[in-house]
Design a protein around this ligand. Structure first.
Ligand SMILES: C[S@@+](CC[C@H](N)C(=O)[O-])C[C@H]1O[C@@H](n2cnc3c(N)ncnc32)[C@H](O)[C@@H]1O
Length: 357
């Protein structure tokens, strides 16, 4: 969103405080709060890490705004005269629809949603606005992108955007998982996670941690293996993901679940886990992968096992060597599952890999 300031200028006279800047990358969100320059401005994010980055950017541009992180935009009170949604062109389509829907419910009657699209010629937003708000105004196509606006009439019904999917470990019970826009993985069980849980050595009674749990499917499936004597811990920086993990753990009867919302693995017990699994995001350079590898060593009990799934073993293996001293790699489903820890089981012989459906 290089031209968010130009785009905002085109609609600035429509914007009335108090304003909510809904999601958006940290710099555009902070620049918009600076351009609004009105008391009561709130920047909404669903990820604690992104929220912290927005705070840093606000400090750098010298703008005043409260940064609030919640699972849903509509968790905020309906006090806003304007919601500004800076939607990067690369942002997920389902999440854009979700934010248009949720913005309706945090506006006062008569309040305005302004969506700023990074696309030079956007033919989607007007459609989404009209579906929720009835009418939509828009700026002409331009290199800066396009702006769309709609006014709220009265209170409407909330529609939650969610998709359920089914997954199962070879010998475990089938489970149904709810997924939502803005969380991983949306609408299906991820193949990388599948590759990892198929080769991970899990034992009844194990205490398991999923680093970056997303909607919690991995931990819920592993919960079926570790059984009632075991426990599973879900950690994620995305508050919507943690809320979904809670929901999915409850419906799949996951044994002894714990939920942690954190960006630096804070709040997790040292030497607290027999097994740690991780499927890190591969954006933002290797920062999160580094965190998920380096932060794990002290969380594992002596004899504990560590599994990380990757498409880039040449980047991950040296990190694992540095932290754990040794590792082995299993190729499964086009992914590399890197295993480390004390008392490491030998790589599975004869290609016998339990399957997940
Ligand atoms: C590729 S997804 C894996 C989700 C889930 N484990 C699965 O396999 O379906 C990576 C997850 O890491 C989370 N994440 C990213 N940075 C994080 C951080 N600093 N602390 C905790 N979780 C983080 C993301 O929100 C995302 O849910």
């Amino acid at each position: 969103m290089k031209h968010v300031d130009d785009l905002f200028t085109a609609v600035a006279d429509r914007v009335k405080p108090p304003v909510c800047v809904a999601l958006g990358p940290p710099w555009p969100a902070a620049n918009l709060a600076a351009a609004v320059a009105a008391p009561g401005t709130v920047c909404y994010q669903m990820d604690l890490h992104q929220a912290a980055r927005v705070r840093d950017c606000l400090a750098e541009v010298g703008a005043e705004a409260e940064v609030v992180a919640r699972p849903d935009l509509w968790d905020l009170d309906p006090v806003f005269q304007t919601v500004v949604f800076p939607a990067a062109a690369y942002a997920d389509r389902e999440l854009k629809i979700d934010i248009v829907e949720q913005a309706y419910h945090v506006l006062k009657p008569g309040g305005l949603l302004v969506s700023l699209s990074g696309y030079e010629r956007d033919n989607q937003f007007a459609k989404w606005h009209k579906k929720i708000f009835g009418k939509c105004g828009q700026t002409p196509a331009s290199k800066a992108g396009m702006a769309f606006w709609s006014a709220k009439a009265d209170d409407g019904k909330r529609r939650r955007h969610e998709v359920s999917f089914h997954a199962k470990l070879a010998d475990g019970p089938g489970m149904e998982f709810v997924s939502r826009p803005g969380t991983f993985s949306y609408g299906h069980f991820d193949n990388g996670s599948r590759a990892m849980v198929e080769v991970a050595d899990m034992r009844p009674g194990d205490s398991v941690l999923d680093l970056g749990c997303g909607n919690g499917a991995v931990d819920c499936l592993l919960g079926g293996v570790v059984g009632p004597q075991g426990s599973v811990t879900f950690v994620d920086s995305n508050l919507r993901a943690v809320a979904l993990a809670e929901l999915n753990a409850a419906t799949s009867n996951t044994p002894n679940p714990k939920f942690v919302a954190a960006t630096r693995l804070e709040g997790l017990p040292r030497k607290g886990f027999d097994v740690i699994v991780a499927n890190p995001p591969y954006y933002a350079k290797s920062d999160i992968t580094q965190l998920f590898v380096r932060g794990s060593r002290e969380l594992l009990r002596p004899g504990g096992r560590y599994y990380i799934v990757t498409k880039m073993p040449t980047a991950v293996v040296p990190m694992i060597f540095e932290v754990f001293g040794d590792c082995s790699v299993i190729e499964n489903r086009g992914y590399s599952v890197v295993m480390a820890g004390v008392g490491l089981p030998p790589p599975l012989a004869g290609g016998v890999i339990p399957r997940v459906r």
